[in-house]
Design a protein around this ligand. Sequence first.
Ligand SMILES: [Zn+2]
Length: 183
Amino acid sequence: MAIGGGFRRVRWIRSVVREQPSITCPGCGALVPDINAPTHAYIGAAPGCWRVYGKILAREYGELGNPHWHRLTVDAYAAQHPGTDSRRARQSVAGHLIALCLVFEHDLDLAYVTRLMPRAVGIAADAPWLDPPDFAGAPTVLGIAEAQSPSDHERAVLAWARGVWLAWSPHHAIVRSWASTLL
Ligand SMILES: [Zn+2]
């Protein structure tokens, strides 16, 4: 069964996290396997965290049928891995924070938020570097890997994205001002 196959893969991720030496991801702070693997050019993730994220994305595109809340996974992950100050990192973080603001403070439909993103990315192009908050205590992608069912996965993603948005509260004012220009 397709969903069962997907969830077996996530359990495999959990066993890898347990069995290999771990390091702290510089973005989300999760303990992840210390592996030598590709990561992203400006999303600031440890390779072990990036690999878990890739598995989660594969599951959402595959077994879970690209659900409408998938964009929250992408927004939460990017906003929780801001990387270091560069033009692309500033634009990425600001754009994903605008999306989270539109979802959690304006209760906009996720598909509508996606349609606003080209304009959001345009606004984000001029964003300053926002000093990342401390994500201690916030959920991470590893929590999504713990999900035991599709509905559990969805609930975990919603809680994760909300937790990431709340963690960025020192910068909510500027993000709100950007988001308000889209409404
Ligand atoms: Zn991470």
